[in-house]
Design a protein around this ligand. Structure first.
Ligand SMILES: [Zn+2]
Length: 382
């Protein structure tokens, strides 16, 4: 599988993956169906699970015994149905049975990490100042941060999820993260060998869009734009992450918006989306203009975001755009100008219900997304 894995979609080159599930994979598939039903719906009886999965009562009973012996599923009491016969036992996932380590490497000043339960709730936090570390020093700090969190675990660890800046391939190799001085850094392998745990590594915006989908109430067709030191985005289509031909789907920061007569950018071009939107640039412009220019500066940034996003929203028929980053910059004139521009530049008939909003997950979005990667990779739930 690994050698033949095509770049891009998870299923390789097959646009329509075979629907046939081999017998040896059926049990794992059914197990994930049961877990996903309990994860999303909460307390359910065996009969409820059978109804919503379409599996037989015998299969459900068998899988539930297995999951209970592993401590993943527990009985939580009886249903209050007033139907005749004895009340049925309710089951749920024991969200405290395991812990997940979620790591966010996207801040340029510090690495942040957390211990999370299976419900994605943060139980303990740790930070490590980056202090300009790059290359092997930066990698050593990631290892140290994971080590700190492992020292605090109170339940078995399901896995480690990492959201990294830059371009990350499907094997968890950071192909390029200039701010951290990483090139072809095999972060997943280094961490899994060091800690002997399942490790998943993805781009920070990709982790963030997964968090928004699992915990932020987002749709299946969504673009999450992260604004910080730079600008990046994660794209979810039909509930699946889009990776692109070189794993750089969503890297819109250095797309020139307009006719290229804007401010020079670090990449050598002028008028890149980052020059309009990156937080340090906006803060500097606001500081220079004083309160009077605030609305115009943020509105201008929002219009350029709308200009950059309109063709993407149009081409992919997205239903939702979510912004993640400093609320004092994004929430208000900037978001309003962006949605106005998007509405003016897309067809009302097919994009009339398009929403643009701030994430509700705040600064924890990448750590919680890293946890979703582990939940989905290890249990098949999200
Ligand atoms: Zn640029």
């Amino acid at each position: 599988m690994a050698s033949g894995r095509a770049r891009g979609f998870a299923t390789g080159r097959a646009l329509r993956p075979s629907a046939k599930i081999l017998p040896e994979h059926a049990r794992g598939h059914n197990r994930s169906l049961v877990l996903q039903t309990l994860y999303r719906a909460g307390r359910q009886s065996r009969a409820d699970i059978a109804r919503s999965t379409g599996l037989t009562r015998v299969t459900i009973s068998d899988l539930v015994s297995e999951l209970m012996s592993e401590g993943l599923v527990i009985e939580t009491g009886f249903s209050e149905d007033v139907r005749p016969g004895k009340p049925s036992t309710l089951l749920d996932i024991d969200r405290s049975a395991f812990q997940i380590i979620g790591i966010d490497l996207s801040d340029y000043a510090e690495f942040r990490g957390a211990l999370l339960d299976l419900g994605g709730n943060i139980q303990s936090r740790a930070e490590l100042s980056l202090a300009g570390s790059t290359g092997a020093d930066a990698t050593a700090k990631v290892v140290a941060l994971v080590e700190t969190l492992i020292g605090r675990v109170t339940a078995p660890v399901l896995g480690v999820g990492v959201g990294s800046p830059g371009i990350v391939d499907r094997e968890g190799v950071v192909l390029s993260a200039p701010n951290l001085g990483w090139e072809d850094e095999p972060l997943r392998r280094i961490l899994s060998e060091r800690f002997n745990l399942p490790v998943l590594v993805a781009n920070d915006a990709n982790a963030a869009v997964l968090a928004e989908h699992s915990f932020g109430g987002a749709d299946q067709d969504l673009m999450l734009v992260r604004v910080g030191h730079g600008v990046g985005a994660g794209l979810l289509l039909g509930g699946s992450l889009l990776f692109g031909s070189r794993f750089a789907a969503g890297e819109i920061g250095h797309v020139v918006v307009g006719t290229g007569d804007g401010t020079p950018c670090a990449c050598g071009k002028s008028g890149c989306l980052e020059t309009w939107l990156a937080a340090p640039r906006l803060d500097a412009r606001l500081a220079a203009s004083g309160a009077s220019g605030r609305h115009e500066i943020l509105g201008d940034a929002g219009r350029h975001l709308g200009l950059a996003l309109a063709p993407v929203v149009g081409a992919l028929n997205l239903s939702e755009v979510v912004l993640s980053g400093p609320a004092h910059l994004l929430d208000g004139a900037l978001a309003e100008a962006a949605i106005d521009t998007l509405r003016n530049r897309t067809m009302a008939q097919i994009h009339g219900d398009l929403r643009l909003r701030m994430t509700t997950l705040g600064e924890d979005i990448v750590m919680r997304g890293a946890a979703v990667m582990v939940l989905s990779g290890q249990l098949g739930v999200s």
